[in-house]
Design a protein around this ligand. Structure first.
Ligand SMILES: *[C@@H]1O[C@H](CO)[C@@H](O)[C@H](O)[C@H]1NC(C)=O
Ligand SMILES: *[C@@H]1O[C@H](CO)[C@@H](O)[C@H](O)[C@H]1NC(C)=O
Ligand SMILES: *[C@@H]1O[C@H](CO)[C@@H](O)[C@H](O)[C@H]1NC(C)=O
Ligand SMILES: *[C@@H]1O[C@H](CO)[C@@H](O)[C@H](O)[C@H]1NC(C)=O
Ligand SMILES: *[C@@H]1O[C@H](CO)[C@@H](O)[C@H](O)[C@H]1NC(C)=O
Ligand SMILES: *[C@@H]1O[C@H](CO)[C@@H](O)[C@H](O)[C@H]1NC(C)=O
Ligand SMILES: *[C@@H]1O[C@H](CO)[C@@H](O)[C@H](O)[C@H]1NC(C)=O
Ligand SMILES: *[C@@H]1O[C@H](CO)[C@@H](O)[C@H](O)[C@H]1NC(C)=O
Ligand SMILES: *[C@@H]1O[C@H](CO)[C@@H](O)[C@H](O)[C@H]1NC(C)=O
Ligand SMILES: *[C@@H]1O[C@H](CO)[C@@H](O)[C@H](O)[C@H]1NC(C)=O
Ligand SMILES: *[C@@H]1O[C@H](CO)[C@@H](O)[C@H](O)[C@H]1NC(C)=O
Length: 412
């Protein structure tokens, strides 16, 4: 399996990608998973583990401003539990082959309508749901990827998604590479359709709590400060979070204004405007913000200072700056968490002061991605970023998550 994937990669990937995906491949068996099924990689001041299930990040360790090691991502203690827990919320994985929601579980390519498996918002008439979330009931983040390369600082996973899986047309071969550097977590996701035209949109669905879920004053993430400097607009959505096609303004001072200045995620929670902001009877965020940069001239997404999002906690002093080549950014404030998800042994307090579970608003999910459900919004004219075909450009997503400790004054 491993050899076949590598051969396939060599055949299909442009040289540069094949090189980065294959780097260290000969060392891939040098270090296997630990007893919990986790693969460790190391950078300067940062250590992380990954698992084949969903190509997920499972731990991310950074020292806080007091030098205390914090594990700042949600997950489980061992790899085998990811497949056992049936209510897990896409913990740290790669949603695919099409992230976020697909309206009516259908889309059209070249006049052909494809119906894919629904998995959200069941009704009596549609017991499996009326839309598809994160690629379907067996989306990529519920499947075991293959480890094709593993070095001290980097790991590459691969998945072959067969023709017809979940109803999607054609086979897709993907490579997900994660690399740690000097307080950085970089990733590159490449996906290649081999037989038919198909929609592709990936993301990383990581649950953050920059206090390592160990803040002794609050177990919520509502005091985290959040900043989206390029996001004066967002995708309008209906009461089950399906895009309506309308692009909305994040008016200065409104609950969705994270662009004019950084503010705490919880700062708008008492504002009546927040009601139904994340769907019917939901107060909080599960929102796709646009990243508008072109109008300010050519840009290099990696250039220092050009982050598309910043998340910071004054309590731990840990700050995350997200750099990405993607043109949208989803933020989910864990409105759907209800205390049913257990913390890992490596996080949280062990003194009984808070339950060892993730409460509502106890985390923040950040998702670099393209405009959601653009396959059903032809008027957005984004098919070049959404539909891929054999022999054409591959789907590529790149991001660099850069951490710093206590680097900026807290804006409050
Ligand atoms: C793989 O191992 C060789 C020596 O065995 C070493 O020179 C090379 O740097 C290693 N590659 C990676 C990516 O660790
Ligand atoms: C792995 O990288 C870390 C951090 O860069 C370093 O401290 C460690 O010595 C490296 N281990 C090996 C086996 O190269
Ligand atoms: C794996 O982790 C889960 C959740 O933390 C725990 O309930 C289970 O006992 C663990 N299993 C093993 C074999 O360690
Ligand atoms: C996925 O991998 C885990 C161990 O990491 C294993 O327990 C599980 O059975 C695997 N699932 C499948 C479908 O192969
Ligand atoms: C939704 O999809 C079904 C097929 O599953 C189709 O019959 C129906 O026309 C679609 N509805 C809309 C509003 O597109
Ligand atoms: C890591 O980055 C910091 C500042 O950005 C720098 O001072 C330090 O020398 C770097 N460390 C290494 C090993 O490159
Ligand atoms: C809360 O945590 C901070 C930072 O680790 C520590 O300085 C402080 O003493 C703790 N307070 C209590 C009451 O434990
Ligand atoms: C959270 O931030 C508010 C200001 O918005 C402040 O009053 C409060 O003390 C903070 N709570 C914690 C636990 O940091
Ligand atoms: C709205 O949500 C609250 C909990 O957040 C729940 O108690 C209430 O029943 C819900 N109302 C409706 C109409 O669904
Ligand atoms: C908590 O949420 C999960 C889904 O995330 C659901 O399966 C479970 O029933 C919920 N529990 C309660 C008590 O609402
Ligand atoms: C870190 O932040 C605290 C308050 O949040 C401040 O008192 C301290 O001076 C800061 N340290 C550095 C090195 O910036």
């Amino acid at each position: 399996m491993r050899l076949n994937l590598l051969r396939l990669g060599a055949l299909l990937l442009p040289a540069a990608w094949a090189q980065s995906a294959g780097a260290g491949a000969s060392n891939s068996s040098a270090t296997g998973p630990d007893k919990d099924g986790k693969y460790w990689i190391y950078g300067e001041g940062i250590t992380a583990t990954f698992i084949p299930y969903g190509a997920s990040i499972s731990n991310l360790f950074i020292n806080d401003k007091n030098g205390i090691r914090r594990d700042i991502v949600g997950g489980f203690d061992n790899a085998s539990y990811y497949g056992i827990d049936k209510q897990h919320p896409h913990f740290g994985g790669v949603p695919g082959r099409y992230a976020n929601r697909i309206k009516n579980s259908s889309f059209e390519i070249d006049g052909v309508t494809y119906n894919i498996l629904p998995n959200e918002n069941p009704t009596p008439d549609h017991p499996d749901g009326v839309d598809t979330l994160h690629g379907g009931p067996d989306g990529w983040d519920w499947r075991n990827f293959t480890v094709v390369s593993h070095s001290n600082s980097s790991i590459t996973f691969s998945l072959v998604d067969p023709d017809g899986a979940q109803g999607f047309p054609g086979e897709v071969v993907s490579y997900i590479t994660y690399t740690l550097g000097n307080l950085t977590w970089d990733f590159k996701m490449v996906a290649i359709p081999t037989t038919k035209k198909t929609p592709i949109m990936l993301s990383s669905h990581t649950y953050w709590n920059l206090d390592g879920f160990a803040n002794n004053e609050t177990n919520l993430a509502l005091n985290h400060s959040f900043y989206l400097p390029y996001s004066g607009q967002r995708v309008g959505a209906d009461n089950i979070l399906i895009p309506t096609g309308d692009i909305l303004a994040n008016q200065p001072g409104s609950v969705n204004d994270f662009w004019s200045a950084p503010k705490q995620i919880g700062s708008g929670l008492q504002d009546p405007e927040i009601e139904n902001n994340c769907g019917f009877n939901c107060s909080g965020y599960d929102t796709c913000y646009l990243v508008n940069r072109e109008q300010q001239g050519p840009y290099d997404w990696r250039a220092a200072g050009g982050f598309v999002a910043r998340l910071q906690s004054a309590w731990s002093g840990i700050q995350l700056d997200v750099y990405s080549d993607q043109e949208a950014f989803q933020m989910y404030s864990c409105n759907g968490q209800n205390g049913s998800m257990t913390l890992k042994e490596t996080q949280g307090l062990h003194d009984g002061s808070f339950p060892r579970t993730i409460p509502k608003y106890g985390c923040v999910v950040l998702e670099v991605e393209d405009w959601i459900d653009a396959i059903n919004q032809p008027e957005w004219q984004r098919s070049r970023k959404q539909i891929y075909e054999p022999g054409g450009d591959p789907y590529v997503l790149q991001a660099s998550y850069r951490f710093s400790i206590n680097a900026t004054e807290t804006p409050f």
